[in-house]
Design a protein around this ligand. Structure first.
Ligand code: ADP
Ligand code: GLC
Length: 485
């Protein structure tokens, strides 16, 4: 079968709008699928930055007189190598800044409506709203797109296959029952066998129930979310979907993340010239105002600051890290309490701890090129991309053994060291003690330059590309492909 058509529906896409790894995935997957003969178009909301990039010369593909309270249309265009459909509904999406949060830092009060509109438009395209692009599969990412399979189901019409990807089960799109009456779904949909969820409406729940296939972003997370510990209330439903739940690890865009040709770092390098990394370490120390030193191991963090990421564990393990002579550089934005904790640490240990509380794509590259270790002490991690970037850049990852972190980093235990395959350090469970011990192990490796070099090279040679994952997605798409009549 050739020329499979897939509509990807996402609330963010790199490089146009990004709050996390979802954008990276939605941005990279279409390009990676070309070699699999999959033609993927991406439907995203026409936020101002999207509208701006699309410009004027766009084709109006479809129109709504009233989509959740106002007129809307779908624009088509090609931006940054992506074939986009943009849902232009100014009453819902013409708002600058973060795609989910208002100026007060809180969720927009009408997020239920905004992302129901996205799911609805995804389903409509699936059902043939755009004559020039009739998808065989609709691929919905996370709760923001997850109503698409429900709308397809309740349309009662033959439609395309559907797939929902869970990037993070912590966000489920759970709204009060009143929302249901705005969705335009038949009354019977407000039931356990429909979109009802704990007395309200569950967008992700609905998607997981009605799609043909569920994927999440690593095999370990796919197993974990079937358990009450990680399932966040949806483990029962996920267990009931049985073999329809798959785990496919993410890749990273090797053109964006390429230490051999990266204009955001001080000194490009490759595995054959790995010693040149040292210049990036110096550049990062300088940029962060840390003491210039080759002998002090530099631990880096590039992360959202949230409970998920376990950085409070690091705050507690930090004194020991510093006592041993380590340095910490942190690039992150998010929850206040974490910013203030790390801010205090930086203030009391200048030269040893430095934090940039910002979202800075360019600086993230210098962190990966300059840090000796990248710390990812997450409590749960569906996949994680920072450790993949770290591998590619020869910054040895120190990760908790959960989700995609467990699947992508090979712990430097005796067996792996003997076999010469170790790429990093894992610890479990996600506690201060286990993290502190992992940091101790990092110091041991750091004191053994040959072992350290080996580990860095193994990391740089790991396959973190989209090739394997893209093939797995393509196989799944083929297994569920169907066209609307
Ligand atoms: P999540 O999506 O849960 O935040 P991932 O590891 O999957 O975690 O993806 C995070 C992405 O966002 C990576 O590309 C990472 O480099 C980037 N990132 C996170 N925080 C920052 C930051 N403060 N500045 C720049 N990039 C960041
Ligand atoms: C989510 C997860 C992260 C994953 C990303 C992309 O944000 O938290 O682990 O890598 O989605 O799939």
């Amino acid at each position: 079968m050739s020329g499979l058509k897939v509509l990807s529906v996402a609330s963010e896409v790199f490089p146009l709008v990004k709050t996390g790894g979802l954008a990276d995935v939605a941005g990279a997957l279409p390009g990676a699928l070309v070699r699999e003969d999959v033609d993927m178009r991406t439907l995203i909301p026409a936020y101002p930055q999207v509208r701006h990039k699309l410009g004027d010369g766009v084709e109006v593909a479809s129109e709504y007189e009233d989509l959740f309270g106002g007129p809307a249309r779908i624009l088509a265009g090609r931006v940054a190598g992506l074939d986009l459909f943009a849902l232009d509904a100014p009453h819902l999406f013409d708002r600058p800044g973060n795609p989910y949060l208002g100026p007060d830092g809180q969720d927009w009060p009408d997020n239920a409506r905004r992302f129901a509109a996205l799911g609805r438009a995804g389903a409509d395209i699936g059902l043939g709203a755009i004559a020039a692009f009739q998808p065989d599969v609709v691929h919905a990412h996370d709760w923001q797109a997850a109503l698409a399979p429900a709308y397809l189901h309740y349309s009662g019409r033959p439609g395309p296959g559907s797939l929902v990807t869970i990037h993070n089960l912590a966000f489920q799109g759970h709204f009060p029952e009143s929302v249901f009456w705005e969705l335009g779904l038949p009354a019977e949909a407000l039931s356990l066998e429909g979109v009802e969820y704990y007395g309200g409406v569950g967008y992700l729940k609905a998607g997981l129930l009605f799609c043909d296939v569920v994927t999440t972003v690593s095999p370990t997370y796919a197993r974990e979310i079937r358990t009450p510990e990680f399932g966040m209330g949806l483990d029962g439903l996920l267990r009931s979907r049985g073999a329809a739940v798959h785990g496919i690890v993410n890749g990273i865009d090797e053109a964006v993340w390429n230490p051999g040709a990266d204009s955001a770092i001080a000194q490009p390098y490759n595995p054959l010239r790995i010693d040149m990394r040292a210049r990036n370490k110096a550049a990062l120390q300088r940029r962060l105002g840390l003491q210039l030193s080759v002998d002090r191991p530099l631990f880096g963090v590039v992360s959202r600051l949230s409970h998920q990421k376990g950085l409070d564990l690091l705050l507690h393990a930090l004194p020991a890290l510093l006592d041993k002579g380590g340095q910490l550089g942190l690039l992150g934005a998010g929850e206040r309490w974490l910013e203030s904790g790390f801010g205090d640490a930086a203030a009391s240990r200048p030269g040893s701890v430095s934090c940039v509380f910002d979202y800075d794509e360019k600086l993230a590259h210098l962190f990966q090129a300059g840090a000796d270790f990248i710390l990812v002490p997450s409590r749960f991690e569906p996949c994680g991309l920072t450790q993949l970037c770290a591998l590619r850049y020869g910054a040895t990852p120190i990760v908790s053994r959960v989700g995609g972190l467990a699947d992508t980093v090979i712990d430097g235990n005796e067996a792996a060291l003997t076999a010469g395959v170790a790429t990093g350090i894992q610890f479990a469970p996600p506690t201060v003690e286990a993290l502190a011990y992992a940091i101790e192990r990092a110091f041991e490796f750091f004191g053994d330059p040959a072992a350290m070099r080996r580990m860095r090279l193994n990391g740089m040679r790991s396959d973190v590309s989209w090739r394997g994952p893209a093939k797995r997605y393509a196989d799944l798409y083929r297994s569920i492909a169907r066209s609307a009549a």
